[in-house]
Design a protein around this ligand. Structure first.
Ligand code: XCC
Length: 636
């Protein structure tokens, strides 16, 4: 066993020593050989923006206090931070644009593999965007929705905010953010604006830069929101479904295809065609045909909509290949370790890249387009079957760990479950239980997994502790993956860990919704982009209570954050008024000013702020304290 790490995930604990014996390096080995990591980088005081540099500020005050151009630590840290936010926003919104363009192609009849699976949602979205649907057919409405959405990427009038931002938050919040000058009008322009103002010789005022970061984060929010909603329109809105998670979902006697990345456009079609190619897999010797499993957020997407089992989350993606049982790892965009390309030199796994902007040395590239999606998906499955024939049975090591996971809690699914208690006013039961204290508050777990902490440990520890205090738990992304793998998305977890009053509410709703027992302890809301589903619920609650979002007893936690997307998500959560915990030290502490703004001053400005706490139990305590504070301020 790797003595330097503790894993709460037994599957990794079991597999890793075998991997080490075989002489393979994993993410944890590379992390170890990277020590000590660059202290300047950790503090955020290293500037590589121009080629006079790199420059770094001496954090102890003995060496240089300004870079060659004269930028001090505050400017450098703020610039680095908001460039990360811009990258996160670019990633999420490009994903969203891809979905919006696909919707347009569906409407125009150019994407035969796709259809509008959720017409009701399409109509709701149209209404929310202020579009009239009267007398129009589904395709016409879809086209107008797609075009209105694309305007959020192209509007030049900066006094008109992005529709997807303005229409999805409370009016009071929108007004406040507009007055602050941080409401985005055009996602692309805001991302470009951050790159522009952080170029050498531009914006040097750290506070002004941070305000630019808030705007960038709201551009990220806009891209995420539209991505989730339009994906639901095309692929269906998730409803509760029972599935399984962890490496034990791989099958020795099946052609195992892992879909990995973020964008559901190809993985959905792979799921569609796999059934019709099952016989080919059996003819190749796979007695159980084709078995599709998910990794990271593409995994979350197909798990929430189709109940496809989840193999694992970000940090342990290599472990899926190292089971020797994955025949194809098909990837789209984001959070794909380049090491997968190296691993397949020793394993038969066929790594398949599918997006022109996301290629990996060592992979086979099957270029995906919406027009040829069916053929592309078939090609992927064919490659998997071919790879299956090359499998080395001696290398197969599937840890027999998997947990049941009840997933698919979109905002609509939450409202539908609540409506079983009160048809006329579905929000009332939730609100009543928050007001009477049966539910103390709501915590959204988001973000990644990282080598800086024992994988999944922070998620599980904080969640159990908050549940004990009767806090309702929601999760997305690799946080959701952690909870699914480790059995916290089960009714048994509710019985075991929920405080009495929370348990009673989850049981009443679960029974009424026909689950024959409580709702799971943690509600799976989907992938990273689906964090906006939690905002849908929070905004509905705020509107019903007649308060702004920053008054709600709602908190967020990214206890194992890693990616620039997580930086952007955390920043918009704070900007919307939600106190947000980080379980790792963000790379900003080289500037006392930036640190103070993020953890304190933002509270006066937007209501939300960052809470940095690396100890998970203490973090849970702090989050609960915030919830109590907010309840007190509301007089409940
Ligand atoms: Fe990536 Fe979404 Fe982070 Fe997981 S959680 S490591 S961003 S896959 Ni969004």
């Amino acid at each position: 066993m790797n003595k330097d790490y503790k894993f709460v995930d037994q599957a990794i604990e079991e597999l890793l020593p075998k991997v080490k014996e075989a002489g393979f390096d994993t993410v944890w080995d590379r992390f170890k050989s990277m020590q000590p990591q660059c202290g300047f980088g950790e503090l955020g005081v290293c500037c590589r923006i121009c080629w006079k540099g790199p420059c770094r500020i001496d954090p102890f005050g003995n060496g240089p206090q300004r870079g060659i151009c004269g930028a001090d630590a505050h400017t450098i840290v703020a610039r680095n931070l908001i460039r990360g936010i811009a990258a996160g926003a670019a990633a999420h919104s490009d994903h969203g644009r891809h979905i919006a363009l696909t919707l347009l192609e569906v409407a125009e009849g150019h994407a035969p593999a796709y259809c509008i699976k959720d017409e009701k949602k399409l109509m709701n979205v149209a209404a929310r965007l202020g579009l009239s649907t009267e007398g129009k057919n589904v395709r016409q409405v879809a086209k107008e929705v797609a075009l209105a959405t694309l305007e959020d990427f192209s509007r030049q009038n900066s006094s008109i905010p992005c529709s997807w931002a303005r229409q999805t938050i409370t009016a009071e919040r929108a007004e406040k953010l507009t007055a602050l000058g941080v409401m985005p009008h055009n996602i692309d322009a805001v991302v470009a604006g951050i790159m522009n103002r952080t170029h050498v010789g531009c914006d040097a005022d750290p506070v002004n830069l941070l305000l630019g970061g808030l705007k960038g984060a709201l551009a990220d929010y806009t891209g995420m929101y539209l991505s989730t909603e339009l994906s639901d329109v095309i692929f269906g809105t998730p409803e509760p479904v029972i599935t399984t998670a962890n490496l034990g979902v791989l099958k020795e006697d099946a052609v195992n295809i892992a879909v990995h990345g973020h964008n559901p456009l190809l993985s959905e079609i792979i799921c569609d065609v796999a059934g019709s190619m099952d016989e080919e897999a059996r003819q190749a010797g796979a007695k159980e045909g084709i078995n599709i499993v998910g990794v990271c957020c593409t995994g979350n997407e197909v798990m929430a909509r189709r109940g496809i089992p989840l193999a694992t989350n970000y940090l342990s993606q290599e472990m899926a290949v190292l089971t020797g049982a994955v025949d194809a790892m098909v990837v789209d965009v984001q959070c794909i370790m380049p090491s997968l390309g190296v691993l397949q030199e020793c394993y038969h796994t066929q790594l398949i890249t599918t997006m022109a902007t996301n290629k990996i040395p060592g992979a086979v590239h099957v270029e995906f387009t919406e027009k040829t999606a069916l053929e592309d998906a078939r090609r992927v499955v064919e490659l998997a079957i071919e790879a299956y024939k090359r499998r080395d049975k001696n290398k197969i090591n599937i840890p027999q760990y998997k947990e049941t996971a009840i997933v698919g809690f979109s905002a609509e699914a939450v409202f539908a479950a609540l409506s079983k208690l009160n048809k006329e006013d579905p929000l009332k039961p939730l609100l009543d239980n928050i007001v009477n204290g049966n539910i103390q508050g709501v915590a959204l777990f988001a973000g990644c997994s990282t080598t800086r902490v024992a994988q999944d440990h922070n998620f599980v520890t904080i969640a159990r502790e908050l549940a004990r205090h009767n806090v309702l738990l929601l999760a997305t992304g690799c946080g959701a993956g952690a909870f699914a793998k480790l059995g916290l998305m089960t009714q048994e977890a509710t019985e075991a860990y929920a405080g009495d009053s929370l348990k009673a509410v989850l049981t009443a709703v679960g029974e009424a919704a026909g689950l024959n027992g409580p709702l799971p302890l943690v509600l799976h809301m989907g992938s990273c982009v689906d964090n906006t589903r939690a905002v849908t619920v929070a905004t509905a609650l705020a509107n019903k209570l007649g308060v702004d979002l920053d008054k709600l007893p709602v908190v967020a936690s990214a206890p194992e954050a890693m990616s620039e997307k997580a930086v952007a998500i955390g920043t918009w959560a704070v900007t919307l008024g939600i106190p947000t915990h980080l379980g790792i030290i963000p790379q900003v502490t080289g500037s006392s000013l930036v640190t103070e703004v993020l953890t304190d001053k933002l509270k006066d400005l937007v209501g939300g702020y960052f809470i940095v706490e690396t100890d998970p139990l203490r973090a849970a305590g702090k989050l609960y304290e915030v919830i109590r504070e907010r309840r007190k301020a509301l007089g409940i």
